[in-house]
Design a protein around this ligand. Structure first.
Ligand code: ADP
Length: 548
């Protein structure tokens, strides 16, 4: 595809393969631990050496089942050691790991299994009812593998060809040489959550995954080292847990998997017991953890750093983590189509002398591009906009771990002149820090002008009585759409509509002020822990604004 120089370099041309990561970890950090809160209820611990041994047994088992290069193998599983074995055993053998979000609707689960043409499905036994519900509709699956011991196998089940993972492994040796093949071969398949229309598949390659793992471990990004204990709270079915199952083993750090126990108390206790130093997750999960720690007057003894992303990290959350708990917050931005990391927040040397409030404004931006990702903002005609921190436009990205198309060409040609349109609206400042103002589908179009909802939500959440807030556009006869703020109050706290509106005074332009506030008991949250604004828009579509 690219021209060759008359003088080519003379270095070893080794393909970048996912198996190489675990092989490295098992050889050079053999005794680093992997601790898992199991669906069985107990805590499991072993090392990278053990994980590598079992991943090779799995590769042998898959071969015995007839799984070949390029075949898709699905997983329906929480974060845990068996899921990690599948990450390496499946992809490492040349097959393609399709991680499935168990929170999808059964119809969507069957849809993605059929679309991916999965040959086998590995699943945690707690998902047995889901598998029973979809099995009859999954046309390509030859067998269902329950991730557990024989004593977990149901006595009678309608599931055809139900196999036991531990039995399959026990029948195999760990003698297995990871195959070498073209690094551009497919390794992993993830579907977007499909808030509009059917989910679309993003097909990663070994090369894209390894490059993303290298880059994401860098100091400016996640800064993972062999002295860390890393707890991926973000699920392994949500964009490969942001690459942590790859970047952590290559760094030699200890890993702690929380399994299904994602409530504040469970996460806190596991963090303390296993001395977790670094974690990653979406804001809704941290909300639970912070509330639990605050209510019980607890501090963290080893937890020092976290990445928060997937949706905007509310400044109030960032401030609490830094000021109350001494936890450094790295704001991260990305998406399924980007493997997922695109930018991470942080300060430059010149920012170190700034007052705290100014520093926070920088940290609250979604951050600086990671080497490997290029980005630009354009207007609706595709004209590039300046990096002045003011002009906002559609954010486009490019790079070796960014999707060029969707699986089976769903959605056709998606690139614009070689750039991937993210669907986000953003500013970029002269230092290269990007800030998302909104998703293009959430932006409120008021009289032809755009109102960014993230800013309004952050202001609402800076009120002490507000726990969560979401801003949506609702119909207005004169302006087409105006902002409605939906608020969940903190337990035991009160604030009136008027007091909340007064809280916005002087913080945004007058015409950005929400036209109304409604209070709710909870906000609808989707499969990846994000607030579902489409549901809110549906719920409040008949809401009459007092200004209408
Ligand atoms: P889905 O689009 O299915 O929700 P993704 O997890 O890929 O799945 O979501 C990517 C989107 O999430 C981004 O395009 C962006 O709109 C939003 N997002 C991710 N991180 C952030 C962040 N730090 N701040 C604001 N929005 C974010």
């Amino acid at each position: 595809m690219y021209p060759q120089s008359p003088l080519m370099g003379q270095m070893m041309n080794q393909p970048l393969l996912i198996s190489g990561i675990l092989e490295f970890a098992a050889r050079h950090y053999a005794n680093s631990e992997i601790v898992s809160q199991r669906v069985e209820g107990d805590l499991h611990r072993y090392t990278f050496r053990d994980c590598h041994r079992r991943a090779r047994q799995l590769a042998n088992a898959l071969e015995a089942l007839g799984v070949r290069m390029g075949d898709r193998v699905g997983t329906l599983a929480w974060n845990g050691y068996r899921h990690l074995e599948a990450y390496y055993g499946v992809s490492g053998s040349g097959a393609v790991l399709h991680t499935i979000n168990p929170r999808l609707h059964p119809e969507q689960l069957a849809y993605v299994c059929n679309h991916a043409e999965n040959q086998y499905l590995l699943f945690d036994f707690c998902f047995l009812p889901i598998v029973e519900a979809i099995a009859a509709h999954c046309k390509t699956i030859k067998g269902y593998i329950l991730l557990g011991d024989a004593d977990r196998m149901p006595a009678d089940s309608k599931i055809p060809n139900l196999l036991c993972y531990e039995d399959l492994l026990a029948a195999q040796t760990d003698e297995y040489a990871w195959p070498r093949f073209d690094e551009n071969s497919a390794s992993t398949l993830c579907y977007t959550s499909g808030t509009t229309g059917n989910p679309k598949g993003v097909l990663y390659s070994h090369r894209s995954t390894v490059l993303h793992a290298y880059a994401s471990a860098l100091p400016n990004v996640l800064n993972v080292s062999s002295r860390d204990t890393v707890m991926p709270v973000v699920p392994m079915f949500h964009v490969n847990a942001w690459g942590l199952p790859y970047s952590v083993p290559l760094s030699g750090a200890k890993m702690v998997f929380p399994g299904p126990a994602l409530d504040g108390k469970s996460v806190y206790e596991l963090m303390e017991a296993e001395k977790v130093t670094f974690s990653a997750g979406v804001p809704t999960v941290w909300l639970g953890l912070i509330n639990y720690a605050l209510q019980n007057n607890l501090k963290f003894s080893t937890f020092r750093r976290t990445v928060i992303g997937g949706s905007a990290c509310p400044p109030a959350m960032m401030n609490t983590l830094i000021d109350e708990f001494g936890v450094e917050v790295i704001h991260g931005w990305g998406m399924t189509e980007m493997s997922p990391l695109g930018t991470t927040g942080g300060l430059l040397t010149k920012h170190m002398e700034l007052p705290k409030a100014e520093q926070r404004k920088i940290l609250q931006k979604q951050g600086h591009a990671i080497y490997g990702v290029d980005m630009k903002i354009v207007d609706d005609d595709g004209t590039e906009l300046p990096w002045d921190g003011v002009a906002y436009g559609n954010l486009l990205v490019q790079g070796p771990w960014i999707a060029a198309r969707y699986f089976k060409d769903e959605g056709g040609d998606v690139l614009q002149d070689g750039w991937f349109p993210t669907g986000d609206v953003a500013t970029i400042d002269p230092d290269g820090f990007m800030q998302i103002t909104d998703r293009s589908k959430d932006v409120i179009k008021s009289g032809g002008e755009w109102i960014g909802t993230i800013d309004l939500e952050n202001i609402a959440m800076s009120h002490p009585a507000v726990m969560q807030a979401a801003c949506i556009g609702v119909f207005h006869p004169k302006w087409d759409e105006r902002p409605l703020l939906v608020v969940v109050r903190r337990p035991g706290q009160d604030v009136s509509r008027e007091a909340l509106l007064a809280h916005f005074d002087g913080k945004v332009a007058k015409w950005w002020l929400p036209d109304d506030v409604v209070f709710a008991d909870a906000l609808p949250v989707g499969g990846t822990g994000k607030i579902q604004k489409n549901k809110l828009r549906e719920q409040y579509k008949e809401h009459r604004l007092p200004t209408a």
